[in-house]
Design a protein around this ligand. Structure first.
Ligand SMILES: Cc1cc2nc3c(=O)[nH]c(=O)nc-3n(C[C@H](O)[C@H](O)[C@H](O)COP(=O)(O)OP(=O)(O)OC[C@H]3O[C@@H](n4cnc5c(N)ncnc54)[C@H](O)[C@@H]3O)c2cc1C
Length: 292
C-alpha cells in the first residue's frame, strides 16, 4: 500500500491463532507492522507508517494463574480482570490489582492489557511501579524462541523498550514473597479518576520479627524517562530498624533520585515534592501494616 499522507490507515488486519504465526507476521511487515492488543494506545499514537495490524487477542494470552512458584499473568490480560482477580488481590500482589483499578475508565480497563501498558513504555504507566517492586520477570517470545527479562532491564526510554523485531511479551511472572511482606501503591493524578499519573509510587517491604527491614523496593513513575527504582533510598532502609526519621530521610533521598520534567500535568518541582510525600506515606503504611 502506498502512503500519500500522514493518516493512520492500516490496510491489513491479521488475527493470528498461534504465537509462531504472530511472530512471522511481525517479521514479515517489520517497521510497517504493529502488534495490537487492546489498541487503547495504538489508536492514540496513530503511527502513520503502520500498514498492518497484528492482533494478539486470539493467542490465549489472557490468563491469571498461581502456583507454589508465584503468579503468572498472560500479557493480554485486561485490567478489568486483573483488578477483580482474587489471586492478584491476595497478599503482596494486591498492588497490581489496585493499579489496574486506577487505570483510565471502565471502557479502557475492559480493553487495555497489562502487556500493552508495559510495552507502550510511557513513564507514567500505572502497572510499572507495582511490577518493578514485585521483581517481575517478563517472558518474551520471538524468532529465536523464548527468553526471560527482568523488568528492571525492560524500560529503555520514553516509549522505548527492550523488545527486538518480531518479539512479543507473552507472560509476566511474579515470585513468591516471604511472610511479613507488605506492598503499597499510590497514584496521584490531577483529578481523582480517569487521569494519567502526575506521580505513581509503589513500595515492597519485608520485615523481620524484631522490626528490621529485611528487604525493600521503592519504585516511582512519571518522574523520569522511564519508571524507576529508588535504589539509594532502598539501601538506606535495608538492614535497618525503620523509625520516623529514617523513613523521612529515605523519602527525601528517593525524591533526589528522580529526574522529573515540567509538562501539562505538573511542574517538575511539584513532582519532586509529591514524590517525597508519597514515598514517605507508602513507607509508613507499609511498616505499620507489617506489624498490624
Ligand atoms: C482515555 C485513556 C485513558 C488512559 N488512562 C491510563 C491510565 O490511567 N494509566 C495508564 O497507565 N495508562 C492509561 N492509558 C493508556 C493505555 O490504556 C494503557 O497503556 C493500556 O494498558 C495499553 O494496553 P493495550 O492493550 O490497549 O495496548 P495497545 O494499544 O494494543 O498496545 C500498546 C503498545 O504496546 C505494544 N504491545 C501491546 N501488547 C504487546 C505485547 N504483548 N508484546 C509486545 N508488544 C505489545 C503495541 O504494539 C503498542 O506499541 C489510557 C489510555 C486512554 C486512551
Amino acid at each position: 500500500m502506498s502512503k500519500t499522507n500522514n493518516l493512520f490507515r492500516p490496510a491489513e488486519y491479521f488475527k493470528p491463532t498461534s504465537i509462531k504465526e504472530a511472530v512471522e507476521l511481525l517479521l514479515q511487515f517489520g517497521d510497517k507492522g504493529k502488534l495490537v492488543a487492546g489498541g487503547t494506545d495504538v489508536q492514540i499514537m496513530k503511527d502513520p507508517q503502520t500498514e498492518a495490524l497484528v492482533d494478539i487477542t486470539g493467542l490465549g494470552l489472557n490468563y491469571i494463574q498461581s502456583n507454589d512458584k508465584g503468579l503468572r499473568i498472560g500479557a493480554a490480560s485486561v485490567f478489568t480482570d486483573i483488578g477483580t482477580s482474587p489471586v492478584i488481590n491476595a497478599g503482596p500482589y494486591h498492588i497490581v490489582a489496585k493499579a489496574a483499578r486506577e487505570i483510565g475508565t471502565p471502557q479502557i480497563r475492559n480493553l487495555g492489557t497489562i502487556g500493552g501498558n508495559i510495552c507502550n513504555a510511557t513513564p507514567s504507566a500505572d502497572s510499572a511501579p507495582a511490577l518493578l517492586v514485585l521483581d517481575a520477570i517478563l517472558i518474551i517470545t520471538g524468532p529465536s524462541g523464548e527468553k526471560s527479562v527482568n523488568i528492571t532491564d525492560f524500560f529503555l526510554g520514553v516509549r522505548k523498550n527492550a523488545l527486538e523485531m518480531g518479539e512479543i511479551l507473552t507472560e509476566i511472572r511474579l515470585p513468591v514473597f516471604p511472610p511479613n511482606t507488605e506492598t503499597v501503591f499510590i497514584k496521584k493524578g490531577r483529578v481523582a479518576t480517569a487521569d494519567l499519573a502526575v506521580v505513581n509510587v509503589a513500595i515492597r517491604l519485608t520485615m523481620t520479627s524484631d522490626n528490621t527491614c529485611q528487604d525493600v523496593r521503592i519504585a516511582l513513575g512519571a518522574v523520569a524517562p522511564t519508571p524507576i527504582r529508588a535504589i539509594e533510598a532502598e539501601t538506606m532502609l535495608r538492614g535497618e530498624k525503620p523509625n520516623e526519621a529514617l523513613l523521612e530521610r529515605a523519602a527525601v533521598r528517593a525524591s533526589e533520585e528522580i529526574k522529573p520534567i515540567s509538562d501539562v500535568r505538573s511542574s517538575a518541582d511539584y513532582r519532586t515534592t509529591l514524590s517525597r510525600v508519597l514515598v514517605e506515606r507508602a513507607l509508613r503504611e507499609g511498616t505499620s501494616k507489617a506489624f498490624a
